[in-house]
Design a binder for this molecule. Structure first.
Ligand code: UDP
Length: 381
C-alpha cells in the first residue's frame, strides 16, 4: 500500500517529518513524499535536517503569492500526479492552504484522506485566517482523523464526525522536538552562540500570522523597541519570517537597537536550541505554543484566541493579544515577577509523549485492516 504525505510549509514539514520517517521504516507501507513548495527555503531547510528527499516537488511558490494561487496550483499539480499513479491514501497535516488543497485534490480523485493534527478549533471562522476554515473544510472530507489531544477529538465528535474514525495520537511536533533537541546542534551564527552563553535574559520572538499583518505587527515592532530600551540587559532574538509583508511591518522600529538580534529563519535544530536557552517566548505561532511548554518556557501568545487551549489551561501559555501596551506590560511581568514566571515555566506539556508518529502508523494499519497495534500503546498520550 502506498501512502503519500503531502506538505508545503515549514510547520507542516516539521510535524510531518516524524510521520515520513515512520512510514519509511514501516513494513506495511510504501511512502511517496510530495511537497508543494508553498514555502521554499524554509521547507527545504526542514527536509534537509530530517534527511527527507521528496519524490515529487510541485514548486508552486511565486513572489507575493495569493491563497487562491496556492490552492489552484496545488490542486492542478497533484491532479497530474494522481493521474499517473494514485496512492492508496494521502496524509495531510494541519491547516495550511497546501493541506486543504491536498485533501480536496485527493477527495475529488476518490483517494482517502488522512488528516494529522485534526480537530483543532478556535471557533471563529475568520481567526486565524485562513487556518480555521482550512481545518474545518479538511475535516469534512477526511477518512481518518489523527487528533493530537482528547479536546480535539471531542471537537470533531461535536461536528458529528464518527468517533471510530478519530484516533488520539499526541502531536508529532513533540516527536520532532525530541529528535532535534537530543542532537543539540550548534548555532551557525556566532552571535547566537554568544547570546546562548551570556548571563542576561533572552526574549525569543516570532511573528507571521496573517491576521496580525499590518498595524498589529507594526505595534509588535514598537513594543519590542520599547522593551529593548527599557531592558538593556535583555537580548531580544527575532528570527524574521521570509514573508516581506512581515519584515516591512516589524523591522523598521527595531533597526539599530543594540540588544535586538534579527536573524534569518533559523534551521529547526537551531530554533529549538534557541527555545531551550530563551527565558521568555513571545509569538503568534501555533507550533511554538506546543513546543515551548515541553521545554519549560513561558509563552506569551500575540493573538486574541487560540485553537490550542490545552497549554493555556495547563498554565504555560497566556493569550495577550497584539496591543502594544499590553505586550510591554506582560513581558515586563515575566521578566521581573518570579512567582508568575515559575508557575508558567513549571506547567506540564499537554501535547504528547513523542510517540505520535508510531501511533499514526498503527492507526493507518488499522484503517486498512492490517491489524490493531494501537492497543500496544499506553492509554492516553
Ligand atoms: N521555527 C523554525 N525556525 C524559526 C522559527 C520557527 O524552525 O526561525 C519552527 C518552530 O520550531 C515551529 C514551526 O517553525 O515548529 C512553527 O512555524 P510557524 O510559526 O511558521 O507556523 P505555525 O506553527 O504558526 O503554523
Amino acid at each position: 500500500l502506498t501512502i503519500m504525505p503531502i506538505y508545503g510549509t515549514r510547520p507542516e514539514a516539521i510535524k510531518m517529518a516524524p510521520i515520513v520517517k515512520a512510514l519509511q521504516e514501516s513494513s506495511s507501507f510504501d511512502c511517496v513524499v510530495t511537497v508543494t513548495g508553498q514555502h521554499r527555503e524554509m521547507l527545504d531547510q526542514v527536509n534537509e535536517i530530517f534527511d527527507i528527499t521528496p519524490d515529487h516537488d510541485l514548486n508552486i511558490i511565486q513572489p507575493r503569492q495569493t491563497l487562491n494561487g496556492v490552492l489552484t496550483r496545488t490542486v492542478e499539480g497533484l491532479d497530474a500526479i494522481f493521474e499517473e499513479s494514485a496512492p492508496d491514501a494521502v496524509i495531510v497535516q494541519g491547516d495550511t492552504t497546501t493541506s486543504t488543497a491536498g485533501a480536496i485534490a485527493a477527495f475529488y480523485r476518490g483517494i482517502p484522506v488522512i488528516h494529522a493534527e485534526a480537530g483543532l478549533r478556535s471557533f471563529d471562522l475568520f481567526s486565524p485566517f485562513p487556518e480555521e476554515a482550512n481545518r474545518r473544510i479538511t475535516s469534512q472530507i477526511t477518512s481518518l482523523h489523527l487528533a493530537p489531544t482528547d479536546i480535539s477529538k471531542r471537537n470533531l465528535q461535536a461536528e458529528s464526525i464518527n468517533g471510530d474514525d478519530v484516533v488520539v495520537t499526541g502531536n508529532t511536533v513533540i516527536d520532532a522536538l525530541h529528535h532535534t533537541v537530543a542532537k543539540a546542534l550548534p548555532f551557525t551564527d556566532p552571535q547566537l552562540e554568544e547570546i546562548a552563553q551570556r548571563s542576561g535574559k533572552t526574549l525569543l520572538v516570532t511573528t507571521h500570522r496573517r491576521e496580525n499583518q499590518g498595524e498589529a505587527m507594526r505595534g509588535v515592532g514598537r513594543a519590542l523597541a520599547r522593551i529593548a530600551d527599557a531592558e538593556p540587559d535583555l537580548t531580544i532574538v527575532l528570527p524574521a519570517h521570509r514573508n516581506p509583508v512581515v519584515r516591512e511591518a516589524v523591522l523598521p522600529a527595531i533597526e539599530g537597537k543594540p540588544n535586538v538580534h534579527v536573524t534569518e529563519p533559523l534551521a529547526y535544530g537551531e530554533f529549538t536550541r534557541m527555545l531551550s536557552v530563551a527565558d521568555v517566548v513571545l509569538t503568534d505561532s501555533g507550533g511554538v505554543q506546543e513546543e515551548a511548554p515541553s521545554l519549560g518556557k513561558p509563552v506569551l501568545v500575540m493573538r486574541e484566541n487560540t485553537e490550542r487551549p490545552e497549554a493555556v489551561t495547563a498554565g504555560t501559555v497566556k493569550l495577550i493579544g497584539t496591543d502594544e501596551e499590553r505586550i510591554v506590560e506582560e513581558v515586563d511581568t515575566l521578566l521581573h515577577n518570579h512567582a508568575i514566571y515559575d508557575a508558567m515555566a513549571n506547567a506540564v506539556n499537554p501535547y504528547g509523549d513523542g510517540k505520535a508518529a508510531a501511533r499514526t502508523i498503527a492507526a493507518i494499519e488499522k484503517m486498512f485492516d492490517l491489524g490493531d497495534r494501537l492497543e500496544d500503546f499506553n492509554p492516553g498520550v
